[in-house]
Design a protein around this ligand. Structure first.
Ligand SMILES: [Zn+2]
Length: 303
């Protein structure tokens, strides 16, 4: 696969990055609409990037749902797979496995990683808040042994910096959940954090719009990218948006619930109805029956 960045020098690139572990819901679509509007504002192109590495959770029907939904809502993008077949042939993360493994080798050889065989149960027992406490850091366990996770050395007193689209450079502390985060899972697969960074590097993404729930991940990924040779990701600009909640104020889940686009589509809702629902969540009184009606999202303050 060709590197998009190389083909388009100086291009700003953002992305829709759905995970096919459930059906897309209104919250995902809000994220895509916002991405579309900000891409327009900053003259960035959009890549469709699908994370399918988590074999236990990914299903073909969810992959298909992504293409159905983008077609149904006519959400445009410039790069990435056009359909399920194109995805499997040319874009699946399985095809980039050598890139992930190379990066892991580099990080290991540079002394940025350590091996850990702690079970989830053990971590819960040692650490009351359930977050990893670095207990294997100095054990020098053998990376090559079976059932060994590879963790990135990231202590809680490391200072991190993120380029925020609205506020510029922000200095932050390391959130507990990303201390020594796993880069290679016990089953031998790269973790989400590792694969996500390597993919964004590979494609040259430099404008990242995602939900606020991924704030700790953004910080982990930026730190990880700072350990790799000079790259576009470490200079990327981020915007973290609010999450759409259900009536009980819970984050929408990727189930086949009443708010999945699939359900809405099957129950006869039209494209316009989906856009209207999102506009009404945003408190918009003016009509929002199509993608262009959301141009107000290009203005600050963003939700
Ligand atoms: Zn451990």
């Amino acid at each position: 696969m060709e590197k998009i960045e190389k083909n388009n020098p100086g291009l700003q690139l953002t992305r829709y990055a759905p995970t096919p572990s459930g059906f897309l819901h209104l919250g995902n679509i809000y994220s895509f609409i916002l991405t579309y509007q900000l891409a327009k504002k900053y003259s960035a192109k959009i890549l469709l990037r699908i994370d399918d590495l988590d074999r236990e959770r990914v299903r073909k029907t969810y992959l298909q749902d992504i293409f159905h939904t983008l077609d149904f809502l006519e959400l445009p993008y410039s790069f990435g797979p056009k359909n399920l077949n194109d995805f499997e042939q040319n874009y699946s993360q399985a095809l980039r496995m050598p890139l992930y493994l190379d990066a892991l080798e580099v990080l290991k050889n540079n002394g940025n990683l350590f091996a850990c065989n702690c079970s989830r149960k053990k971590i819960q027992k040692i650490s009351p808040n359930g977050f990893y406490n670095g207990s294997c850091r100095d054990r020098r366990l053998d990376f090559t042994e079976k059932n060994m996770a590879w963790r990135m050395l990231l202590s809680s007193n490391q200072e991190l910096k993120i380029k925020d689209l609205i506020n510029g450079d922000i200095l932050c502390k390391v959130p507990d959940e990303i201390v020594d985060c796993v880069l290679k899972r016990k089953n031998g697969f790269p973790s989400y954090q590792l694969a996500s960074v390597i993919d964004d590097l590979h494609f040259g993404t430099n404008l990242i719009i995602r939900g606020i729930d991924l704030w700790p991940s953004s910080l982990a990924q930026l730190y990880l990218s700072s350990l790799l040779p000079e790259n576009t990701f470490s200079k990327a600009v981020f915007f973290h948006h609010s999450l759409m909640k259900d009536n009980e104020q819970k984050k929408l889940s990727k189930s086949e619930g009443a708010l999945s686009i699939r359900y809405l589509r099957k129950s006869g809702k039209k494209k316009e109805d989906i856009f209207k629902a999102i506009g009404s969540w945003l408190g918009r009184e003016a009509p929002t029956s199509n993608l262009e009606d959301f141009s107000f999202l290009q203005m600050i303050p963003l939700k």
